[in-house]
Design a protein around this ligand. Structure first.
Ligand code: CA
Length: 225
């Protein structure tokens, strides 16, 4: 695990680096925004600890740049300014968490751990759509409900993907026909019903919590209602 510390106060930077290394993280320091940008472009980090007030590119601006390039890379902001406005500015720039100086190292460490773990979980989730215990793997084109793997045809897969991308929304038969079958009108909409029933048998049948619901007169709603 490699962490970049962007902090112009030498003592604070050294204190964080030492603590992280004692906890078996690799850590590098950038004392100003420009160096941070350069390091960030050259190396792969698992987390960035970013002071807000820096010489050169400021922390807020830097955070935006980092998040533009690597949206999944967690950023922990540090600052002596603890007002709500400062925090909001940080979050607005994409920071994942915020720590006000002075802080105890163990608090920083706890947050670092949470941020890295969360980022890893997202990575593991990868290219998947999840609703409760139903998981659709967009790379493998496979579906799983709980421990049960579900075999889907290509059309059923597209239909389920459309449902899972639009949870809690009433989808009319026409919406579905248009998005899944790519036909715009008067497509015997009972084809939609037939496929929805196929899908129900595969992902809902035998499970207490149904995911596909009929909204009489409108269409269907997907999700845990
Ligand atoms: Ca500073």
């Amino acid at each position: 695990m490699k962490i970049l510390i962007v902090e112009d106060e030498l003592k604070v930077a050294a204190f964080i680096k030492k603590g992280l290394e004692e906890n078996s993280y690799e850590a590098e320091i950038a004392y100003d925004g420009l160096t941070a940008e350069k390091l960030f472009q050259q190396n792969k980090y698992d987390l960035i600890i970013l002071d807000i007030i820096l010489p050169g590119t400021g922390g807020i601006q830097l955070c935006r740049k980092i998040k533009d390039r690597s949206p999944g890379l967690p950023v922990l902001m540090l600052t002596a300014l603890g007002t709500t406005d400062d925090k909001l500015a940080g979050f607005d720039a994409g920071a994942n968490d915020y720590l006000v100086k002075p802080f105890e190292f163990r608090e920083l460490l706890a947050r670092v751990k949470v941020l890295i773990r969360t980022a890893e979980q997202h990575l593991e989730a990868g290219n998947k759509l999840v609703a409760g215990d139903l998981e659709l793997d967009l790379d493998k084109k496979s579906a799983r409900r709980g421990d049960t793997y579900v075999d889907l045809t290509a059309k059923e897969f597209s239909l389920l993907e459309y449902f899972m991308r639009n949870p809690g929304r009433v989808l009319s038969r026409n919406d579905i026909a248009e998005k899944v079958w790519d036909v715009s009108f008067d497509f015997g909409t009972n084809v939609v019903d037939v496929y929805v029933n196929f899908l129900r048998k595969k992902i809902d049948k035998g499970f207490d919590r149904k995911l596909i619901h009929t909204k009489v007169g409108f269409g269907y709603i997907f999700g845990e209602l």
